[in-house]
Design a protein around this ligand. Sequence first.
Ligand code: NDP
Length: 453
Amino acid sequence: MSEFVDSIMAQVKAKNPAEPEFHQAVQEVVESLELVIEKHPEYRAAKIVERIIEPERIIIFRVPWVDDQGDAHVNRGFRIEMNSAIGPYKGGLRFHPSVNLGILKFLAFEQVFKNSLTTLPMGGGKGGSDFDPKGKSDNEVMRFCQSFMTELQRHIGQFTDIPAGDIGVGGREVGFLFGQYKRIRNEFVGVLTGKGLNWGGSLIRPEATGYGAVYFAQEMLKARGESLEGKTCLVSGSGNVAQFTTEKLNRLGGRVVTLSDSSGYIYDEEGITPEKLAYVMDLKNVRRGRIKEYAEKYSNVQYTPVDPSLDYNPLWDHKADCAFPSATQNEINEKDAQNLLDNGVYVVSEGANMPTSPDGVELFLDRKILYGPGKAANAGGVAVSGLEMSQNSLRLSWTREEVDKRLQGIMASIHKAANEAAEKYGTPGNYVNGANIAGFIKVADAMLDQGVV
Ligand code: NDP
C-alpha cells in the first residue's frame, strides 16, 4: 500500500473504530483514487478525500413502538447524510437486525459515487434501523414506520434529503412512512421514492435495480461481442432485486437456477420460469414465506439450508456462466469467488451492495472476468428514483417504455464512463477502478468549486 492509502486508512480506522464494513468500502475506493491523486494534486491540496470520507451529518434517534400484545419496544434509527456536493442527499432506508452505524456509513459512502455515476444531480445518504420486519404484523410494521418517521421528518425534505427503500423496506413500508410524513408536515411532496403508482410513484421503480444489474451485464458482454442468450445464471436473495433480475434474465434468454433467503437456497436446474417466478413473488411479497416452500411446490428442486459450519456458500458452487449476487454485503468470500471461477462463471454483476469480499474481488480482477461492482451495476434503482423525483417535480408520469428506455440509457452511460475511466487511468477492463474514479471526479470537482464546506 502506498503512503497515501496508508495515511487515509490510518485516519479512517482511528476515527471510526469497530466499523469494518466502512473501512472495507473506503479502502477499495481510496486504492482506486491513488491513480487520480497522482494526476490531480489540487484534490490533495483541498483535502477532498479526507472530506469525502467524513459524513456531512449523522442523525441517530430512538424509535419506540408498541407491538400487538401491547408490549413496548425500542429500536435505533439512523440517517447518514454523507455528501451533498452534486445534489440533495439520496439513498435508501434499510430495516434489518444487522443494521448499525458502520454498515449504514459504508452504504452511504458507496451511494455518493453511485449517484454521481447515474448522471443525475443526487448527493449520497443512507439510513434505517435495526428493526426486523420479519414475523411482524402489518399493524406492527405500520406503528414502527410511523414512529420512525415522526423523528426522521425533521431532517428530510424534497430539496434536502429523499430516502427510498432497501433491505426490509419495500412498497408497504414506503407507504406507511409517506403517510406519516404527509400527516405531520401537511404537504404532499416527493420526499420519498419507491412510492405507489397512484400516489406519485414511477413505473419501473420496483424493477429498476434488478433490470439495471442485468442491463449492466449485457453492456459488459456486448463489449466482447456476446449476449445473455442461453446463459446459465446464479442469483442470490429472493427479494426485490433478485426477483426483477430473474424476470429480466428470463426475457433476455437466460436461465436462472438459484434463489435464496437467509435460511437457505434452492437449485432448480430446469430454470426459474416466469410462472415459477410469479409463485416466488407471491410467496415473498404477499405471503412473506420462506424460499424453502419453492422446493416443496416444484419437483426436481434441491433445497439446501444454511450451514453455519461451512466456510463457503454452496449456492456459488454450481456450473454457470453468470452470477448476480442480490442479497447482502460480503456474501461472496474468497472461496466462493474461487468456486465461481472454477465452475465457469465469467460475468459477475452485483445487484447487492459490496457483496464480494476484497480478496474475492482481487481474484475476479486477476482473472480479468467481466466484473461489475455494485456501485455501477446496481445504480439503476437510484437512477429511476431520480426519474421519479423528476416526474414529481413536473407533476406528470412517464410511460413504462419511456422510463425503461431512460434506465437502459443510464446503465449504458455508466458502463461507458466506468470503462473509459478505467482505460484512461491505465487499468483497462477494471470496472472497480473505473466506477470509483468516474464517480469521484464529478463530486470532487463540485467540492472544489464550492470551497471548503
Ligand atoms: P429485500 O429485503 O427485498 O431482499 C433481501 C433478500 O436478501 C432477501 O431474500 C433476504 O432474505 C436476503 N438477505 C438479506 N440479508 C441477508 C443476510 N444477512 N444473509 C442472507 N440473506 C440475506 O432487499 P433488496 O432486494 O431491496 O436488496 C438486496 C440488496 O440489493 C441489498 O444489498 C441492497 O442494499 C441492494 N440494493 C437494493 C436496491 C433497491 O432498489 N432495493 C438498490 C441498490 C442496491 P431474508 O428475507 O431471509 O432476510
